[in-house]
Design a protein around this ligand. Structure first.
Ligand code: SF4
Ligand code: FES
Length: 253
């Protein structure tokens, strides 16, 4: 099949960008979306033009490196699927596609479809850890974890940090990401020691990075390739409230 691609090209972070039109020809339906771009890039290189820059690593939907907007939808039209796992059979001959990077002040464009998601790393560094005493490894069954808690924690831990939730949100909020990172620790006994400070510190970092506030629109969850539930935002808000109450008691005490 043949496709028309309008791709955002921007040579540097401080350069002006623009949409540039390309023809992708003889595309096999069995190719992944990134393989289709690989072939186009090969053609651009042979013509002496700059290849289109896009992020990727595992190409298995687990590392969170890939992601851009396809016709205005983060990761494209297939639900619960990263762009590296999206296949060309999802498209039809003659389709016209618009490819753009994530748009958010907290994710500045580095080049073409690549953005800097360092803000996510700093949110995690602000509290995404647990206290572990040094010494020999503890006995695996020493801390019983209820099955429900383990399952919910594992669901939250599925977040791959791709940033699609931020890109899809009209407020560019990172609450789904931060909620997932807070929830997967808050639901486990090992995560209790720093639980409320974690929520406070990670949200404070999130706000400082320039992400917007959550207004319960839900676009984040609808594009999330790992189907992270809005429940993690509710848990984050509850922990934040509890952290405020605790901080108030500490101030009074
Ligand atoms: S919550 Fe979903 S969309 Fe957001 S960073 Fe995690 S995996 Fe990506
Ligand atoms: S390249 Fe790793 S999730 Fe897409």
């Amino acid at each position: 099949m043949n496709l028309t691609l309008h791709v955002w090209r921007q040579p540097r972070a401080d350069a002006k960008g623009a949409m540039v039109t390309y023809q992708a020809t003889n595309v096999s339906p069995d190719m992944s979306f990134l393989e289709m771009l690989d072939v186009l890039n090969e053609e651009l290189s042979l013509r002496g033009e700059e290849p289109i820059a896009f992020d990727h690593d595992c190409r298995e939907g687990i590392c969170g490196m890939c992601g851009f907007m396809i016709n205005g939808v983060a990761h494209g039209p297939e639900r619960a699927t990263t762009v590296c796992q999206l296949h060309m059979r999802k498209f039809s001959d003659g389709d016209v596609l618009y490819l753009e990077p994530w748009r958010s002040r907290a994710f500045p464009v580095v080049r073409d479809l690549v953005v800097d998601r360092g803000a996510f790393d700093r949110v995690v560094a602000a509290g995404g850890y647990v206290s572990v005493s040094s010494g020999s490894a503890p006995e695996a069954n020493a801390i019983p974890v209820p099955k429900d808690a383990a399952d919910q924690s594992m669901d939250a831990a599925a977040c791959i940090g791709c940033g699609a939730c931020v890109a899809a949100c009209p407020n560019a909020s990172a609450m789904l990401f931060t909620g997932a990172k807070v929830a997967h620790l808050a639901l486990l006994p090992q995560g209790q020691a720093e639980r409320y400070d974690r929520a406070l510190n990670m949200v404070s970092q999130m706000d400082g990075e320039g992400f917007g506030s959550c207004t319960n629109i839900g676009e984040c969850a609808s594009v999330c390739p790992k189907e992270i539930s809005l429940d993690v935002i509710a848990l984050l808000n509850r922990d934040l409230l509890a952290a405020g109450v605790k901080a108030g008691k500490r101030t009074k005490g």
